[in-house]
Design a protein around this ligand. Structure first.
Ligand code: TYD
Length: 139
C-alpha cells in the first residue's frame, strides 16, 4: 500500500457466537481479515501507565483486538493522527502498513491480541519517528 492514511485503519466487526456457556469469536485468514495470518502474539501483564508500540511497519498488516479489557491506540500516518479505543473482544482494528502506532491507557488485566500478516522481521520496522516521517514525506 503506497502512501497509507490513518483513515485506511478501520474497525472490523468480528463474529460473536453466543450461548449459555459464553461467547466465541472466530477470525479466519482472508475471510474476516483482508490478509493471511502468519503470526499471532499477545501483550499482557502491562504495568499501569505503560505504553507500547512506538513504531511503524513497512509491509505488515495487523488486526489488533482487546481480547480482554481496554486500551487506546494512537495512529499517525505522518500527517494525520487519530485515537481508537478498543474495549470489546468482537471488534478488531485493522492497521495497514506505513502507520506509526502507540498503545496506551491499558486497563488492569487487559490482553492485546495481535494477528499479523507476516512472521517477525526487524527489517520491517521503523523504530525512529523521523526516519518514518521522512519515508512518508518522500512517497
Ligand atoms: P516490539 O514489537 O517492540 O513490542 P511493542 O510494540 O509491543 O512495544 O517487540 C518487543 C520485543 O519483542 C522486541 O525485542 C522484539 C521482540 N519480538 C519478537 O521477537 N517477535 C515478535 O513477533 C514481536 C512482536 C516482538
Amino acid at each position: 500500500m503506497r502512501n497509507s492514511s490513518v483513515y485506511d485503519c478501520v474497525i472490523l466487526p468480528l463474529s460473536k457466537i453466543h450461548n449459555r456457556s459464553g461467547n466465541i469469536t472466530i477470525v479466519e485468514s482472508n475471510t474476516h481479515v483482508p490478509f493471511e495470518i502468519k503470526r499471532v502474539y499477545y501483550l499482557y501483564d502491562i504495568p499501569g501507565g505503560e505504553s507500547r508500540g512506538g513504531h511503524a511497519h513497512r509491509e505488515l498488516y495487523q488486526l489488533i483486538v482487546a481480547a480482554s479489557g481496554s486500551f487506546d491506540i494512537l495512529l499517525d500516518d505522518g500527517t494525520n493522527k487519530k485515537v481508537v479505543t478498543l474495549n470489546r473482544p468482537y471488534y478488531g482494528l485493522l492497521i495497514v502498513p506505513g502507520i506509526w502506532r502507540e498503545l496506551m491507557e491499558f486497563s488492569s488485566g487487559s490482553v492485546c491480541l495481535v494477528l499479523a500478516s507476516d512472521v517477525y522481521k526487524e527489517s520491517d520496522y521503523f523504530r525512529d519517528y523521523n526516519t518514518f516521517k521522512n519515508y512518508k514525506d518522500a512517497l
